[in-house]
Design a protein around this ligand. Structure first.
Ligand SMILES: [Zn+2]
Length: 214
């Protein structure tokens, strides 16, 4: 049951580690299926040794449906986003270095580079709340707004997408833009794109890629 989704979680967990988006057992990932079941990475299991059967499946209220392992401690945050956003069916949560640095400075990520448009016109920083709490989940939903990413103060970043591939790409883009923003502040004054420019970018990005998805 849900073998493909659980396998995809294992594959992207390893990728998260190999591209440096997380260290150790940090971060977590989930996929929502059309029948409203959610596969989410287990708590504290190393990505290198994780198997599809280790990935728990829960219903939209968080009740266990499949698997013996405990779900990620950030399950409430994943469930809250799925309950509020019908367009998001996968989530990636990381503690990637530059995005987390911005969250520690309690700064939003402004439109420093056009690729941020994949996540929205900017990425807001949600106020601090203890990891794993309903309070953090509520902040994440509120500050994500209609965008596809949010910074979590003194914690990390949450990115969403229609697929896990898209959510992962957005987590990478947010980290890349956060790095550019931090570096440009070190060497000078960052010049961000205007709201009007970002509207044009977002319009163009909706047509990005191959016309028939090939
Ligand atoms: Zn976390």
């Amino acid at each position: 049951m849900m073998f493909k989704e659980r396998q995809t979680i294992v594959a992207y967990g390893r990728r998260m580690l190999s591209v440096g988006l997380t260290v150790g057992t940090g971060g977590n990932l989930s996929i929502r299926c059309s029948d409203k079941l959610i596969a989410i990475s287990p708590s504290g299991v190393p990505y290198e040794t994780m198997r599809p059967s280790d990935v728990p499946v829960v219903d939209i209220s968080g009740h266990a449906v499949l698997g013996k392992k405990k779900p990620s401690s950030e399950l409430p945050m994943h469930l809250a986003v799925y309950q509020h956003r019908q367009d998001i069916n996968a989530l990636v949560h990381t503690h990637s270095r530059y995005a987390t640095a911005l969250s520690c400075a309690r700064m939003d990520l402004p439109p420093i580079h056009y690729t941020i448009g994949f996540a929205g016109s900017s990425v807001r920083c949600a106020p601090y709340a203890l990891y794993g709490t309903a309070e953090l989940a509520e902040h994440a939903v509120t500050f994500m707004g209609n965008g596809k990413a949010v910074l979590l103060a003194n914690h990390g970043v949450l990115a969403g997408g229609a697929t896990l591939g898209e959510a992962f790409m957005i987590a990478q883009v947010v980290e890349y833009c956060a790095e550019l923003f931090c570096l440009s502040r070190v060497i000078g004054t960052p010049h961000c794109l205007s709201a009007k420019e970002m509207q044009r970018v977002i319009r163009n990005l909706t047509e990005y890629g191959q016309p028939n998805g090939s």
